[in-house]
Design a protein around this ligand. Structure first.
Ligand SMILES: Cc1ncc(COP(=O)(O)O)c(C=O)c1O
Length: 442
């Protein structure tokens, strides 16, 4: 078989058999899909010698490149020992060690880890635990949740109820529990002359007004710390988190930090909430947790919450489960990922790399079509001035022609590359993105 024929055959078979996520399948009548034969570092390769720079880390999961030798070796070792065992009534070293390490990284105040597979399941768990905590403490009326305008917490029904992205939510709105929204501290909403700090303070006043009125029925506030991803990489000042923490304490409402996207160094610190000097009551993690290798998510909780479930009565316990909870291979991939953080001084090195990418993107940031060029840690985003409703799809297709895997969110283009991106790849990414915008101008 010709290699190029393998590409087209795979695409044909995929369209015939696979229902792809977050996709109107009919669009693939005209839009290209990428047949991926293998990955190495920041690159994905097709069967035809074609290559694509994974500038979005495969939906924000990959940290240290595809086919990373150190994570591969850890998985190969684990395969020879234990692939999986149920975590109810059994335990294993990778789950125990990972729990200890994640908790240590959060300063030790979040003492227990509850595992699931995907981000949305972790959000479901945090919501259920928060509600169940209040119930166990004799306050079952605290059963409502509040999230930020533009929030994204996943696609399952509970997670979607606290999500505020119309495209994903509106169709299923009749199925969702009622949740409240407060205005987002996204600094693009600031008045002229108002700093991002002052804007965060103003938006925290909205949160306070909400909690004054509704705290009696509110179980938890859920936030994406510092960067609201899926709504279009909305960034905000850490002051909002500081104030949210104070308000949640004052009004007896849990603070859930959904760090599924922002955790593991993405925003410049290991966990984003560190930048506010706070500790949440629940911390949800996934995506980068396994370095982008295997589905694994986790909810870390404060000891006082864990203790509220610790009882002789079965029903006061948290009886939630998933078959693959705490999968040994996934936990081992996570441990190998954490080892790379420790051994390579990743957070420090990323700081310098981020500064280099920002400097390299100066021409892009100044492009006539670009609005609100911004960055936080290893995330860069900007809006493209366009009225084209199909901009995101067209931009993605043209990016592939230039060896870039990019998926704008509406008219927001963002870079979230694997941390192993090198200077040559950084140059290629910003130069070709700038060329793409020039081509849209033409
Ligand atoms: C902040 C946040 N929470 C939850 C999720 C859902 O995670 P998953 O797609 O693994 O279900 C995402 C996914 O993008 C996310 O960004």
């Amino acid at each position: 078989m010709q290699i190029s024929a393998r590409n087209s055959l795979l695409l044909k078979r995929s369209l015939g058999a696979v229902w792809h996520p977050c996709t109107q399948m009919k669009h693939h009548e005209t839009l290209p899909m990428v047949p991926v034969a293998r990955g190495a570092g920041c690159w994905l390769y097709d069967f035809d010698g074609g290559r694509y720079l994974d500038a979005i880390s495969s939906w924000w999961v990959n940290l240290f490149g595809h086919s990373n030798p150190r994570i591969n070796a850890a998985l190969a070792d684990q395969l020879g020992k234990l692939e999986h065992v149920l975590l109810a009534g059994c335990t294993h070293e990778p789950a125990v060690e990972l729990s200890e390490r994640l908790s240590r990284a959060a300063g030790g105040a979040l003492g227990h880890c509850f595992y699931a597979s995907d981000g949305a399941s972790a959000v479901e768990i945090a919501l259920k635990m928060s509600f169940h905590y209040w119930r166990n403490r004799g306050r079952p009326e605290k059963r409502r949740f509040v999230s930020l305008a533009g929030s994204y917490h996943g696609e399952t029904l509970g997670a979607l109820a606290v999500t505020d992205v119309a495209l994903f939510r509106d169709t299923y709105a009749p199925l969702l529990m009622t949740a409240s929204r407060v205005p987002s501290p996204d600094w693009r909403g600031a008045e002229q002359g108002e700093s991002s700090f002052d804007y965060a303070v103003r938006r925290a006043q909205d949160l306070e007004r909400h909690l004054v009125e509704r705290h009696g029925e509110t179980a938890a506030l859920i936030v994406e710390p510092l960067v609201q991803g899926a709504t279009g990489m909305a960034m905000y000042d850490a002051e909002y988190l500081r104030r949210a923490r104070v308000l949640c304490d004052r009004y007896e409402v849990h603070l859930i930090a959904d760090e599924i996207m922002t955790g593991f160094g993405r925003t410049g610190t290991f966990y984003a909430h560190e930048q506010a000097g706070i500790t949440p009551d629940f911390l949800t993690l996934s995506k980068g947790l396994t370095g982008g290798y295997l589905p694994l998510s986790v909810v870390l909780t404060r000891d006082a919450i864990y203790e509220a479930f610790y009882d002789d009565a079965v029903t006061r316990g948290f009886l939630h489960s998933h078959s693959y909870t705490g999968n040994a291979l996934a936990c081992r991939a996570a441990l190998a990922t954490l080892a790379i953080f420790d051994e390579d001084g990743v957070i420090e090195e990323n700081r310098e790399k981020a500064a280099r990418l920002t400097a390299a993107a100066a021409r892009l940031a100044a492009h006539s079509r670009v609005r609100h060029f911004r960055s936080t840690g290893m995330i860069w985003a900007f809006e493209v001035d366009t009225t084209d409703g199909a901009f995101a799809r067209e931009f993605s297709a043209r990016a592939l022609e230039r060896e870039l895997l990019l998926r704008p969110l509406g008219n927001t283009v963002y870079f979230m590359p694997p941390y192993v991106i090198n200077d040559e790849e950084i140059g290629l990414l910003v130069d070709r993105t700038t060329e793409l915008l020039d081509a849209f101008d033409a």
